[in-house]
Design a protein around this ligand. Structure first.
Ligand code: NAD
Length: 563
């Protein structure tokens, strides 16, 4: 248990970077400097910066001839070394008081809030093609919140203790898992990349962390930040490269005790199977936590306000190029509202500034990779060939960067490909339903996609809101009423979904932290019994009165029928 609780956290204020502000000048300076560098990103294993046998480039998605970093890729031996380093650090790290471990992450949060903020934001803007605002709410604010709130929740968990009775003291010892945690993080949120290895580490676990190849630049800056915060060597071991290779080697080690994954559902299913196949060689049953894909919906009732709906769809579908697991990607609009929504949505989609995100006037950057560009443009082309109307979204262009404009498809078929499949880009598919079909539409929303991550209802009619909330109870782990389905804030909307969207362990909450603990129950009896007899057996021959002392009373209190 922490001897002194961490400070009560509050959400990190979001910087506005308004024209003329000093914060705007400082971030612009960092961006200009980083754009001139070509970073060499080595792995960090134990106390060593380690080169791989090969390297791969990180390019700016909005200028794909601009190489930002050369990243050293792990081979099997590096993964084994990382697992060994995690093992070597485990005992000392677990033995520390929670307050000592929390202090490292509270310092990391303050470093990120202050002197490291621009460096982490700049790497996220250039490496992942995020606008200034999107980088700020992710790489700075959300990660600061994860670190501060997790420390607070670690203390609250430790406070949860069992009842004790006179003569005995019962305690829960919140042990870390017996072994290491493998953290595999996605490209789209620097904050998730930072949280996946550090949430288990905060509670005393040691970690092998493999970030996405496409987020390797900001991952490197985070690793440097954690070291500056005082994280001991070997607690988080950073390896880069191929997720298949890293997971194959790491998950076959006997000490593999947990997987903290965020990424696509397909990869997560493979990882779960791999964990199952390795069970016979593992020391413990591993904890498997995965937050995965989504096909997030917005359903509007005829009583909805059209202007609010348009803004929610525009922001929800197109911010960060739709590359949020929570992004609105299918919308259901009643015919009576459609004329107003249609015009508003088309205007909004066409007016969002797209370009180089280093320019603070940019709203959308490029999508993350050529593969993503091809997937998105192919899906739109096929949808149009299949009868969908392209309301907005002409002009995809990959000459300089992988630019896919905000795209709105109006589909006559509510179960067509783009209404069902996670596309992970700025593509919103709309189905217009007859007002009288409101109830049937709720059923359609619920049954169209295998996912269950986020969703929103827009209505002013209270009964309709209640009806949607009930009908869509399992359709979304994060459900919004008259709000866009993105933008969950740590401490306010714990995040995660069920169905094909993952294990719903709610990142940014105590529930996630509980998965990284293996509680030990300790009962201490102060005066143990010295006579084996219970009162109903009668007095011992030649020892009248024996068996009725305090020690026997405590023996009776133990509930002898339990194991
Ligand atoms: P991804 O699944 O391609 O990659 C995630 C991580 O897994 C990366 O580190 C990657 O290198 C690794 N990986 C890839 N293939 C692997 C394999 N065969 N075996 C083992 N590891 C492998 O995902 P991404 O493209 O980086 O991120 C986008 C996906 O993540 C989307 O599906 C999105 O919905 C999801 N996501 C979900 C949440 C959530 O909270 N539910 C949050 C962010 C992103």
């Amino acid at each position: 248990m922490a001897t002194a609780p961490a400070p009560q956290p509050v959400n990190e204020p979001v910087r506005g970077y308004a024209p003329g502000s000093p914060e705007r000048a400082a971030l612009a300076e960092h961006l200009a400097a980083l754009a001139k560098e070509r970073v060499e990103a080595r792995m960090r294993i134990g106390a060593r910066d380690v080169a791989g046998d090969t390297t791969f480039p990180v390019v700016a998605p909005h200028r794909h001839d601009h190489v930002l970093a050369d990243v050293h890729a792990a081979g099997p031996a590096h993964v084994e070394q990382a697992v060994a380093a995690a093992g070597n650090a485990a005992r000392g790290w677990a033995a520390l008081d929670q307050a000592e471990r929390s202090a490292v992450f509270l310092r990391a949060a303050d470093l990120l809030a202050g002197p490291w903020r621009d460096a982490v934001n700049a790497a996220t803007i250039l490496g992942q093609s995020k606008s200034w605002h999107q980088a700020e709410i992710d790489a700075a604010c959300e990660l600061i919140d994860f670190w501060r709130f997790n420390c607070h929740w670690a203390d609250r968990i430790a406070e949860e203790q069992p009842d004790s009775v006179p003569g005995a003291w019962n305690r829960t010892d919140y042990r870390p898992l017996e072994g290491f945690v493998l953290a595999l993080s996605p490209f789209n949120f620097t904050s998730i990349a930072g949280n996946l290895p550090t949430a288990p580490a905060l509670l005393g676990n040691t970690v092998v962390w493999k970030p996405s190849e496409k987020q390797a630049l900001s991952a490197q800056v985070l690793m440097d930040l954690l070291r500056a915060a005082g994280l001991p060597d070997g607690v988080v071991n950073l390896v880069h490269g191929d997720g298949g290779l890293v997971s194959e080697v790491a998950m076959a080690q006997p000490g593999f005790a947990g997987l903290h994954f965020t990424g696509s559902s397909t990869v997560f299913r493979d990882l779960w199977r791999r964990a199952g196949a390795n069970l016979d060689r593992l020391r413990t049953f591993p904890r498997i936590v995965g937050e995965t894909g989504g096909k997030d919906f917005v359903v509007a009732h005829p009583s909805a306000a059209a202007d609010a709906l348009v803004v929610a769809l525009g922001r929800g579908a197109f911010e960060y190029q739709g590359q949020k697991c929570s992004a609105a990607s299918r919308a259901y609009v009643p015919r009576s509202l459609w004329p107003a929504v249609r015009d508003g949505l088309a205007d909004l989609a066409r007016s969002l500034p797209m370009g180089d995100p280093a320019d603070p006037a940019t709203f959308l950057g490029a999508v993350i990779s050529e593969a993503s560009y091809r997937r998105l443009t192919g899906a739109v082309r096929d949808a149009v060939a299949g009868g969908a109307e392209l309301l907005a979204g002409e002009g995809a262009d990959d000459a300089v960067g992988w630019f896919v404009p905000p795209t709105v498809l109006v589909t006559p078929d509510p179960r067509s490909d783009t209404m069902v499949r996670e596309l992970f880009g700025p593509v919103l598919s709309v189905f217009v339903y007859d007002d009288a079909d409101w109830e049937a539409t709720l059923d359609l929303v619920d049954t169209t996609s295998p996912y269950g991550l986020t969703g929103a209802v827009f209505a002013t009619d209270r009964a309709a809101i209640a009806q949607a909330s009930a009908a869509l109870r399992q359709a979304a782990g994060n459900f919004y009423v008259n709000d866009k389905p993105t933008g969950a804030v740590v401490g306010q909307q714990p995040f995660g979904g069920g169905r094909a969207s993952g294990t719903n362990d709610k990142a940014g909450s105590p529930w996630n932290l509980l998965r990284w603990l293996s509680p030990r129950t300790v009962k201490e009896t102060f005066v143990p019994p010295t006579d084996w007899r219970y009162p109903h057996l009668g007095p011992a021959a030649g020892a009248a009165g024996a068996g009725h002392d305090a020690a026997d009373a405590s023996g009776l209190a133990e509930g002898g029928s339990r194991p």
